[in-house]
Design a protein around this ligand. Structure first.
Ligand code: ADP
Length: 601
C-alpha cells in the first residue's frame, strides 16, 4: 500500500494571504502563552525596568560630568560621579543577567509545552493525514512552528519591554534637558515607519516561499534516507542530487533576498538617525556657543539620543522580524487547529468479545477520490481462518485498515460479535486485534523491546516463550548480543524472515482473539518459509484469522476464501468449491500453478 505521497505545496492555507491575520496570530500567541507565565514575565519586566532606568541615568549623569568636571573643574565631584557611574553600570549588568536568564527559562518551558502539545495532536490524527503529509513536511511544520512561537514571544517581550522602557526613560531625559531639541528628533519618525512597512510586506512573501522550498529539501532528504536501497539499486543518486540542488538553490536565493531586505532597515534607520543627530548638533552647538546655554544639558541630550538609537532601530525592525515569524506560526496553527476527526464518541463503551466473529456489511470506502471498496460484504467465522485473495489493488489491505479503524467507511457497517466498531473505543478495538505484515516495522531498540511491544511490561520469560513459539529464539540467541541486540533503523540489522518472526512473537505476546495476517510475498528461502509457516500455524490456532493470501498452500486450508477484484468480493467458498466453480479463483490458481511449473523447469 502506498503511503508516502509527495504533496507539492503542503502548506496551502487561506490565512497566508490574509493581511489581517498577522495581528490575530500574534494576539493568539500572546494569549495562549503569556498568561501561563505571567509571574515570570513580570519578574523579567522588573529587570527590564531596571535596565531602562540605569540607561537613562547614564545619559542623565553626563550633564554633571560636563558641568561639574569640565566646566566647574570640581575635584570632589569627580570621585562622586565616578562612584555613581560605577554603581549604575554594575546594576545594569546584574539586571541584564536576570532578564536573560528569566526569559530563556520561560522560552524553554514554552518550547517543551508546545512540542508535547504538537506531538499529542499528531498522535490524534487519522491515517489519512499521514497518507497526505510526508515525514519531512510534518517535521518542518513542528520545528518551524515551535521556533516561531519562541522567537515571537522573545522579540515582543524584549523589544516592547526593554526597548520601549529604555526609549521612554531616555525620552524623559531628553525632554527635561531640552524640550525643543526633542522635537527635532521626532521629525524622523514618519519616514521610518513608512519605509519599514513597505519592507515587511516583501519579507513576508519571501519567507512564505522559503518554507515551501525548505519542505522540498527535507522531503528529498527523507525519500533518500527511507528509500536508500532503491535509490542505490536504480542508480537514482544523480536524480536525487538534482532534486536536492534545485531545492537548495531556491532556499539560498530566498534566504539572500530575505537577508538583504531585512538589512535594508539599517541604511534607512542610519540615514534618518544621522539626520536627527546632525540637526541636534547644529542647533545645540549654536545655542551653546551663541546663546550661552548649558553645555552639560546638551551633552546629556546627545548621549540620550545616541543611546536611544539602538532600541529605536530594534523597535522599527520588530515588525519586519515578526513578519518573518508569522509564516511559521501559520503553518503550526494549521496543524494545531486540525479537528481530531477520529476521536471516540464521548461515552463509547469498550468492545465486549465473545467468539470474535467479524462481519463486513455493504461497506463502501474510498481514499479521498480514489474508490477502494464497493458494497463489500463477508463474514470471517469466529476461531476460523478466512482468506482474502485477489490481484494487487483489489482492496485486501483496505479491509484490514478499516477493521483496525485507521479509516472509517463512507457507508456500511463493520461488526465484531455484532458490535459496530464505530461505536466502541478504538483502544479496546485495537487491543483485540494483532497484525503481522509483510514488512513489519521494528523500532531501533533491542530485539527484546521490539517483541515486548506486543504486551508492555511483560517478563523476560514471556518474551522468550513467545520468541520460541515464533521460531525466533534460536536466531536471536545467535546474534552478537542475543535479546539485547539492536534492530537498527527500521530493523535494518535483521533479514526479512527474521523481522517477520519478531513480528510473529509480538503477536503471540499480544494474544489477541483476532489475527490479521498479510502473508509475505517476498521470496524467502525454503527454510525460513517453513519456520515462518509453522510459527504462523501456532499463532492462528483458535483465533479468528484473516489472511491476505499470496500462496495457494495457505489458501487450501482456509475455512473460507473470499476472492476480491476492484474493491468487490466476487466469489466466496472453500478451495474445492471455488476451484470447481471455474471462475476468477480457478484462473488465479492456474496462473500460480503455471508459474510454479515454469520455475521448476
Ligand atoms: P490490495 O491490498 O488488494 O493490493 P489495497 O487495499 O492496498 O489493495 O488498495 C485498494 C485501492 O486503494 C487501490 O486502487 C489503491 O491504489 C488504493 N489505495 C490504497 N491505499 C491508498 C491510500 N493510502 N491513498 C489512496 N489510495 C489508496
Amino acid at each position: 500500500m502506498e503511503t508516502q505521497r509527495f504533496v507539492r505545496n503542503p502548506f496551502k492555507s487561506k490565512t497566508w494571504t490574509d493581511p489581517k491575520g498577522t495581528v490575530q496570530l500574534i494576539k493568539r500567541v500572546l494569549s495562549e502563552n503569556f498568561r501561563t507565565y505571567i509571574p515570570k514575565y513580570l519578574l523579567a519586566f522588573v529587570f527590564m525596568g531596571v535596565i531602562a532606568a540605569t540607561t537613562a541615568a547614564s545619559a542623565w549623569i553626563m550633564r554633571d560630568v560636563v558641568n561639574e568636571v569640565f566646566v566647574n573643574k570640581d575635584a570632589q565631584m569627580v570621585y562622586v560621579i565616578g562612584a555613581v557611574v560605577f554603581f549604575i553600570f554594575t546594576l545594569k549588568g546584574v539586571a541584564t543577567y536576570g532578564q536573560i536568564v528569566v526569559l530563556a527559562r520561560v522560552g524553554n518551558e514554552i518550547v517543551t509545552d508546545l512540542r508535547r502539545r504538537m506531538f499529542t495532536i499528531l498522535l490524534r490524527q487519522n491515517q489519512a493525514y499521514f497518507d497526505r503529509h510526508t515525514l519531512a513536511e510534518i517535521g518542518v511544520q513542528v520545528g518551524q512552528g515551535v521556533g516561531a512561537v519562541k522567537t515571537t514571544l522573545d522579540m515582543i517581550v524584549t523589544t516592547l519591554g526593554r526597548d520601549v522602557l529604555t526609549i521612554i526613560g531616555l525620552a524623559v531625559v531628553m525632554a527635561v534637558q531640552n524640550p525643543l531639541l526633542s522635537l527635532f528628533a521626532l521629525i524622523t519618525m514618519p519616514p521610518a515607519v513608512i519605509g519599514v512597512t513597505f519592507l515587511i510586506r516583501r519579507v513576508k512573501e519571501y519567507v512564505k516561499r522559503q518554507v515551501v522550498s525548505n519542505a522540498k529539501v527535507s522531503t528529498v532528504m527523507q525519500e533518500t534516507v527511507l528509500g536508500v536501497r532503491d535509490v542505490r539499486a536504480f542508480g537514482m543518486e544523480p536524480v536525487m542530487l538534482d532534486k536536492m540542488e534545485v531545492g537548495l538553490q531556491e532556499v539560498k536565493k530566498q534566504s539572500n533576498k530575505i537577508a538583504s531586505l531585512t538589512a535594508r532597515t539599517s541604511p534607512l534607520m542610519d540615514t534618518l538617525g544621522g539626520v536627527a543627530i546632525s540637526l541636534v548638533i547644529l542647533y545645540g552647538g549654536y545655542s551653546v556657543i551663541e546663546l550661552d546655554q548649558d553645555p552639560g544639558a546638551l551633552f546629556s541630550f546627545i548621549t540620550a539620543l545616541l543611546l536611544a538609537y539602538d532600541p529605536a532601530r530594534r523597535l522599527a525592525r520588530l515588525n519586519v522580524n515578526l513578519g518573518k515569524q508569522v509564516v511559521g506560526l501559520r503553518i503550526m496553527y494549521d496543524l494545531v487547529d486540525r479537528k481530531p476527526d477520529h476521536e471516540d464518541e464521548p461515552d463509547a463503551p469498550d468492545i465486549v468479545l465473545e467468539a470474535a466473529q467479524v462481519e463486513f456489511h455493504d461497506v463502501e470506502f474510498s481514499y479521498g477520490d480514489s474508490a477502494a471498496l464497493h458494497n463489500t460484504s463477508f463474514v470471517a467465522e469466529a476461531g476460523k481462518m478466512t482468506a482474502l485473495v485477489g490481484a494487487s489493488g483489489a482492496g485486501k489491505s483496505t479491509v484490514f485498515s478499516l477493521l483496525e479503524r485507521f479509516y472509517d467507511p463512507q457507508s456500511g457497517e463493520i461488526l465484531i460479535d455484532g458490535q459496530n466498531i464505530r461505536n466502541v473505543t478504538q483502544r479496546s478495538l485495537r487491543e483485540c486485534i494483532a497484525f503481522v505484515g509483510q514488512d513489519p516495522f521494528l523500532f531501533n531498540n533491542s530485539i527484546r523491546d521490539n517483541i515486548a511491544v506486543g504486551k508492555p511490561g511483560c517478563s523476560q520469560e514471556e518474551i522468550e516463550a513467545a520468541a520460541r513459539s515464533a521460531n525466533a529464539h534460536d536466531f536471536i540467541m545467535a546474534l552478537p548480543e542475543g535479546y539485547d541486540t539492536r534492530a537498527g533503523q527500521s530493523g535494518s540489522n535483521l533479514s526479512g524472515g527474521q523481522k517477520q518472526r519478531v513480528a510473529i512473537a509480538r503477536a503471540m505476546l499480544r494474544d489477541a482473539p483476532i489475527l490479521l495476517l498479510d502473508e509475505a510475498t517476498s521470496a524467502l528461502d525454503a527454510e525460513s518459509e517453513a519456520t515462518i509457516q509453522s510459527a504462523l500455524e501456532k499463532l492462528m490456532e483458535d483465533r479468528t484469522t484473516l489472511v491476505i493470501a499470496h500462496r495457494l498452500s495457505t489458501v487450501r486450508h482456509a475455512h473460507r476464501i473470499h476472492v476480491m477484484d476492484k474493491g468487490r468480493v466476487l466469489e466466496s467458498g472453500t478451495h474445492n468449491e471455488l476451484f470447481e466453480h471455474d471462475g476468477i479463483y480457478r484462473r488465479l490458481c492456474e496462473l500460480q500453478f503455471q508459474d510454479k511449473t515454469e520455475a521448476a523447469e
